[in-house]
Design a protein around this ligand. Structure first.
Ligand code: AMP
Length: 190
């Protein structure tokens, strides 16, 4: 199973991606997690990414596409994966299309989670209090939501047109949302 999970910050992508990874026995690959790991360990990649992530801006495509390409080439990604937080703009969609063509492994589906603005703001505030992420400042949160609306949300139309979109309501109990996703995916991919 090769999946993307998309949706605005705070919609629960990471939580649902982890559950899907467990369900299908595939790795969940989060570009945000890869950047945070490198920033924490002060690698050259981390030092370069940090100036963007701290402000809630997108890390340049050249850097981001390279880390995804390298990650998808790893052994544990041979039989499937779920990508969380990538692609985030039109040029990343193109880069991913090219990677998949080279690997000869098409996408199975794109899970799109959504929730209304108030729910998202409430969840982000809660996460900021609990996790203290460097990019959970009010300014960075606002930048990320605006970037999502401008650059990432339009990508859903591309995948809808390709017949790959599975749209799921992101409001409710975690387990119930997960069950809805799995039911919709199994119906689609079967
Ligand atoms: P996330 O955990 O997905 O919200 O990602 C945290 C931060 O990492 C984002 O605000 C961006 O600065 C950076 N990032 C993650 N994924 C991407 C991507 N696909 N393209 C560019 N920057 C990204």
């Amino acid at each position: 199973m090769r999946l993307l999970i998309m949706g605005p910050q705070g919609v629960g992508k990471g939580t649902q991606a982890a559950l899907l990874a467990e369900h299908y026995g595939i790795p969940a690959i989060s570009t945000g997690d890869i950047f945070r790991y490198n920033i924490k360990n002060k690698t050259p990649l981390g030092l370069e990414a940090m100036s963007y992530t701290d402000k809630g801006e997108l890390v340049p495509d050249s850097l981001t596409n390279t880390i995804v390409k390298d990650r998808l080439a790893m052994d544990d990604a041979k039989d499937g994966w779920i990508l969380d937080g990538y692609p985030r703009n039109a040029s990343q969609v193109e880069a991913l299309d090219q990677m998949l063509a080279e690997l000869g492994t098409p996408l199975d589906a794109v899970v799109a989670l959504d929730a209304d603005h108030d729910v998202l703001m409430e969840r982000m505030a809660k996460r900021a209090a609990e996790q203290g992420r460097a990019d959970d400042t009010p300014e960075a949160i606002a930048t990320r939501l605006a970037t999502y609306a401008r650059e990432t949300a339009p990508l859903l139309d591309i995948y809808r047109d390709r017949g790959q979109l599975v749209a799921i309501d992101g409001v409710g109990e975690i387990d119930a949302i997960q069950a809805n996703i799995v039911k919709a995916l199994d119906a689609k991919v079967a």
